[in-house]
Design a protein around this ligand. Structure first.
Ligand SMILES: O=P(O)(O)OC[C@H]1O[C@H](OP(=O)(O)OP(=O)(O)O)[C@H](O)[C@@H]1O
Ligand SMILES: Nc1nc2[nH]cnc2c(=O)[nH]1
Ligand SMILES: [Mg+2]
Length: 175
């Protein structure tokens, strides 16, 4: 455990590891886009950084959208959830496209967990459509469209945060 204080991290509380490969992530983003294609059209995609950047690029490609903006937030320092900070909002140009309330805009993030990030962005753009690839139960009510629900005690490992490594055989105690 990387000790910054004695509290278990969010990741440690979420005992079940759920590793996602690039292939799987790409497939899940395409599945998400099939659903979004029924809901649109959208004027622009807004990625919640940083995790939302990867699914936003894939979804924008599949929907033929070229206007992509970001809401830059920071809440987790690796696996410790701290205060949520909005480091950058959407541009004036994107705000105009959404009529000030986000109508016709598509917000994309990789996941909702507690819903803290999603709630904040929904407050900024109440009429936008909010899509995530994965959803945990606490955050799920905030999302309009998602693909896979995982339990609250799951920790999702994204391909951009991981690398291939040796695993001991299951017989020898591998998880
Ligand atoms: O529903 P919540 O409990 O708010 O958690 C979900 C958020 O946590 C992660 O982002 P993080 O803050 O770790 O930053 P990152 O996207 O830069 O990795 C994830 O990408 C979501 O944006
Ligand atoms: N990588 C990752 N980041 C998160 N932030 C909040 N929950 C999670 C999770 O399950 N995985
Ligand atoms: Mg994020």
């Amino acid at each position: 455990m990387a000790e910054r204080n004695s509290e278990p991290s969010v990741q440690e509380r979420a005992g079940r590891p759920f590793p996602v490969s690039w292939d799987q992530f790409h497939r899940d983003c395409r599945a998400l886009t099939w659903r979004l294609n029924e809901v649109g059209p959208f004027q622009a995609v807004i990625a919640i950084t940083r995790g939302g950047l990867v699914p936003a690029a894939i979804v924008a490609r599949e929907l033929g959208l070229r206007v992509i903006d970001t809401v830059c937030v920071a809440s987790y320092d690796h696996d410790k959830q701290g205060d949520l900070k909005v480091l950058k909002g959407i541009s004036e140009q994107t705000a105009k496209l959404g009529g000030g309330t986000g109508k016709g805009l598509l917000i994309v993030d990789d996941l909702v967990d507690t819903g803290k990030t999603g709630r904040l962005v929904r407050q900024l753009l109440p009429d936008a459509h909010f899509a995530t690839v994965y959803a945990k139960p606490k955050g799920r009510p905030l999302v309009d469209t998602y693909i896979t629900e995982v339990s609250q005690d799951t920790w999702i490992y994204f391909p951009w945060d991981t690398a291939l490594s040796f695993q001991p055989p299951i017989r020898d105690g591998a998880a």
